[in-house]
Structures are given as structure tokens and as C-alpha cells.
Design a protein. Sequence first.
Length: 372
Amino acid sequence: MSTNRYILTTGGTGGHIFPAIAVARAIQKLEPEADILFVGAKGGMEEKMVSQAGFSILSVTISGFARKFNVKNLYKNLLFPLKYVLGLWQASRILGIFQPQVVIGFGGFASAPTLRMALSKNIPAVIHESNAYPGVVNRMVANRVRKVFIGNEKVKSYLSSSNIYFTGNPIREQLLNGSREKGLDTWNFTPDQKIVLIIGGSRGARTINEAVLAGLDKLIAAKIQILWQCGSIYFEEFQSRISHHSQVRLMPFIENMGDAYACADLVVSRAGAMSIAEITALRKPSILIPSPNVAEDHQTQNAHSLTEKGAAILVTDARAKEDLAPTIIEFLGDTEKYSNMKVALETYPLSDAASIIASEIISIANERRGHV
């Protein structure tokens, strides 16, 4: 075979999947003939997202280990060892057939079987960790992979590896090409009124949705327009709970996020690593509401990487219903505070992380081919 072959393994959330797709596209630009395959979890959202992005994906049987104790999770955890062993066998078979030069992991439980089997077969592997605190899988393999790419400098102290490289987090290319005018036209917004973009991650966030609903009348009275991505599982419920408002656009999922960001004056978001990367890259003032339901509370650490420099405002999940709307109204009404946050955001370096990572991966693949 004359072309390099790459396996990218990830899944679970958009925060893992989007950077993987961004790196895959960067590999294609640098090496158009490259053969790229994704490996994710059977039934995971990556199956749809990767296919829509135009890449091939195969799935292994694997699920995460639930930390919260209840009857449903007990049953799930009892099945975990069986699923993991099956996932290892499936990953081994995929590696044997596809024969990649490099395997790239982007975190999440779905990456565990493929990374472990790649290491056992002496196939070069690298990982990317996007958060300020690393996930379990990346912590386990960091000292065995060729390179560890990180999106947040704070993560260095939690990883045992001498091959850590700060690259930033790869973001979707379409976000950099957004148009405010197109966004205003798409959602029929008035250009002389403030626009707030509400996003709760790829799945939506109930706390954020409830907080927006609780403060909706105040936001409307303040003449604030709202572009609200509530998540597909919440859409019907919240559509039925709000009356028609000419200032509100409620959507299950926003496809053209570039235009959404471009027309927004303020972003309200969870503090996932990719949300942080997008907000800083696009220089968007934000109110961050870290999720309390993630391992090691890493979203709070992500948020602090901005708030400690005055580049974002943090509202806790517990206080979101009471504090979100007043905080939005006060912040958008304070031109000095708004301007200062824009200045703080300008201090964050812009990095073409996807291309940097892709170049390093291609070098490893070429080296591998030279020795095989």
C-alpha cells in the first residue's frame, strides 16, 4: 500500500468528536491520498457525526463506567467487563485489517479499546487531551504513547509523560468563516439589538434550558434577542413551555454554528474544552455554567482558565436559575466591562492546532512506513 493509513478513535460527546474531525480534515489537506478511518462506540453520536462529515467509521462494543450509583447504573457496570473484552477483540480485528501507520485518540471511553490494542501491537499512537484535567483513558495511556498533544497548559501537571506538546484545541474550520449578516438574515434578527447565543453542548443542558426559561420575561423586557440551542432531547418539551416571542429562536441543534457565533454579542455555554476553544478563538464574551456532572469537575477548571484573566464570567450550575438572566442583562448593559472582556480575549494566542497535530502525525506515519 502506497498511502498512509490513520485511525482516529473517539466518541461520547461533541467535545471529543469535533476536534477529531478537524484533525482528519487537516490530514486530508496535507496528504490528500491518506486513508482515514474512525473508530467509535456502537450506538454513539460519533457514528452519525463522523458519517455526516464524510469519513468512514467502524464501531466497537464499549460503554463508559457509571460513577453515580443506582439500579440502572449497577446493571450497566456489571456488563462493563464483558463489553470491554468484546471491544478489545473488535478493535484488534479492525487494526489487523486496516493496518494503520498511526492511531490517534481524542479521549472518551470509546477510544480505550483501540488505543490499548494499538499499543499492544506496537503501532505508534498519539493522544490529544482538550481539557484542563485529563480524562481516565488519556491518563492511563499518556506515558505509553509517542506524543501527547494538549489544549490547556494546566493539564501538564496531571499527565506522566515527557512528550507533551501544547497545541491548543482544534476547532471546526467553518466557525472561522461565519458571517454576521448571514446569521442576522437566517434567524431574522434585528441588527441594532443585542443577541445572546445559548448553547448547552452537543446534547443540550437541562440546567441552562431551565435557567433561560426562568429569566425569559426579564430578557425579553430588556430587548435582548435569543438564539437558543436547547438540544434535540429537550426541544419538544421547551417548545411547548414557551409562548411565541419574536425575540427568541428555539432550535434543537444549530448546524451553521459559524454564523451563529458571528451574529452573537454574548455566548452562554457549558465549559467544555471545545466550547472554551471556540469562544477564545472567535473572541466572544461569554457566561460559562460548568456542568457538575462530569468527571473530576474538569469544566470548572476549564472555566477558571478564562475567568481568572477576566475573559469570561462564571455562573454556577446551582445558581443558574436565579443568576443567569440578571447577569446577562447587567453585563450587556455595562459597556466598560464588555470592552474589558474583549481585550482580555485578545490575549489568547490563535493556533492552527489541527494543522500542527496533523503535521506531527504525518511525520510519525512516514517514519513508521520507513521501518515496516
